[in-house]
Design a protein around this ligand. Sequence first.
Ligand code: AP5
Length: 218
Amino acid sequence: MNLILLGPPGAGKGTQSVVLSKKYNIPHISTGDILRESVKAGLPLGLEAKAFMDKGELVPDEIVTGIVVERLKKTDTKKGYILDGFPRTLQQAVDLDEALKKESGRIDMVLYFETSPKVAIERLSGRRVCKKCGFNYHVKNIPPKKEGVCDKCGGVLFQRPDDKEETVLNRLKVYEGQTKPLIEYYTKKGLLKKVSGDMMVEDLFNVISKIFSDMKLA
Ligand code: AP5
């Protein structure tokens, strides 16, 4: 099952990817996570990407597409994969199609998480991330047992720099201008399936699981 999760920042793509990846035993490939790891490791790629990420702008297509195409060559993608946060521009989508064609690969479904800006802003401003294992929490919706401490590994929770209000507003603007056209692109290909990103985590997970079983994808 080769999936793309599409939707605005804060739609819950990362949160669903984690549970779907576990249930269906396929890797979760998040371009945001890969870029943040490169920033943390001080890699040249990370240094280049950081300037864009801090402003809520998109990292140039050729950088991001190169990362994904290389990642898809790894053997753990043979059974399937979840692309979270990629593609994010029409150019990335076209380049992904080209790369998949060369390898006789294909995308089975694009899950579009339709989410209201109000919900997205509320989620992003309350998101807290574990410094050690990267697990995501939300101060109100998905709080840790002990404030500021990760339930899973005891790591310290922090706010992503790009979750500050002014950057969030720009990320939503960038999404509207550059990523939303992908809805039409994948609708025309007959791959788009819309779900409500505004639902509770578990309810949405059940809806998605049912879609997969109805369509015999899993
Ligand atoms: P990235 O990390 O991909 O950020 P994003 O797309 O903006 O997505 P988010 O992680 O903010 O949201 P999400 O939908 O995953 O929501 P989440 O599950 O975390 O990208 C960051 C940056 O990297 C970009 O701005 C760009 O610069 C660069 N980049 C990445 N990919 C790129 C690409 N392809 N091209 C160019 N540049 C790229 O949930 C959010 C919060 O809500 C959490 O606190 C969570 O606990 C909570 N929550 C989740 N679901 C629910 C729910 N159902 N109910 C209640 N709370 C929920």
